[in-house]
Write a protein that binds this ligand. Structure first.
Ligand SMILES: NC(=O)c1ccc[n+]([C@@H]2O[C@H](COP(=O)([O-])OP(=O)(O)OC[C@H]3O[C@@H](n4cnc5c(N)ncnc54)[C@H](O)[C@@H]3O)[C@@H](O)[C@H]2O)c1
Length: 250
């Protein structure tokens, strides 16, 4: 699918990541339809996209986005509570909670309503794409890819595009091109069933476990580790809580 063939993008889940992904895509000029569970969540997502900490209003105030572009972008986002409304989307990006069965069921349901040409992408933090694609048709597997963004999406440029052997080159290239068209820097990654975390989270998880091992062995305190990583490697925050802490999930 060529980039110009993407006329409408579906977002399954409009939470922290789905809202952020939608924000970058509408700012790049793509119409986005967000499907979440109820109208209250959808209203809150619209507010966050405009008025949130990383929202479009703040980008305008900081001179990063023009007022007219912001107005145009906000007109491109719409909301629904019905999955079947995603039927005419050319690509559907899933950003629902990190639960394997929930995602497998969601993709199975989507496969029945989405048009045959639609690309399916998951923003999972680390489940194998092959596991997520387990219950979709073989034809859809060729159009199934991982698109792993980093939080907060409006400011973090990283995007991992993950392909499995069944994923067509056209699908992978389209996901990469879409990422780049919305300002992301794309790393290509091969799916590795039996592992969790692709590239970024595997390396980060290893570092986080090593930091904990250093604490457990009494070699250094959490505070000293945070200080060292922030001043010796320019990390914006530490593992253990300095400046908010990063990687608490590890
Ligand atoms: N938060 C992060 O730092 C981060 C970073 C990278 C990737 N991720 C991944 O992104 C995904 C979403 O994470 P999040 O932090 O945005 O979660 P979140 O809880 O903020 O958002 C999830 C949204 O999905 C909605 N939802 C639940 N079931 C749904 C369904 N069946 N259909 C449609 N919507 C549904 C929820 O109502 C919620 O609004 C997870 O897989 C997570 O691992 C998260």
């Amino acid at each position: 699918m060529a980039l110009e063939d993407i006329k409408k993008i579906g977002l399954l889940g409009g939470g922290v990541m789905g809202g952020g992904i939608a924000q970058t895509l509408i700012l790049a000029g793509y119409p986005v339809l967000i499907r979440d569970l109820n109208d209250e969540i959808n209203d809150a997502t619209r507010d966050t996209i405009y008025d949130g900490k990383w929202g479009i209003k703040r980008a305008v105030e900081r001179g990063k986005v023009g007022f007219d572009d912001a107005t145009r972008a906000m007109a491109l986002v719409s909301f629904t509570t019905k999955a079947e409304d995603l039927a005419d989307c050319d690509i559907i990006i899933e950003a629902i909670p990190e639960k394997l069965e929930l995602k497998q069921q969601a993709f199975k349901d989507l496969d029945a309503v989405a048009k045959p040409s639609a690309i399916f992408a998951s923003n999972t933090s680390g489940f194998a794409i092959a596991d997520l694609a387990r219950d979709v048709s073989d034809a859809r597997k060729a159009k199934f890819v991982g698109m792993h963004y980093s939080n907060p999406v409006p400011t973090m440029k990283m995007l991992e595009v993950i392909s499995m052997p069944e994923t067509s080159e056209d699908t992978t290239e389209t996901a990469k091109a879409l990422g780049e068209a919305s300002g992301k820097v794309v790393s290509m990654v091969k799916d590795a069933p039996g592992t969790y975390g692709f590239l970024l989270n595997r390396i980060f998880g290893a570092a986080r476990r090593e930091a904990q091992a250093i604490v457990d062995a009494g070699i250094a305190t959490p505070e000293d580790i945070d200080k060292a990583m922030m001043t010796g490697r320019n990390w914006p925050s530490g593992f253990f809580g300095a400046r908010g802490g990063i990687g608490k999930q590890w």
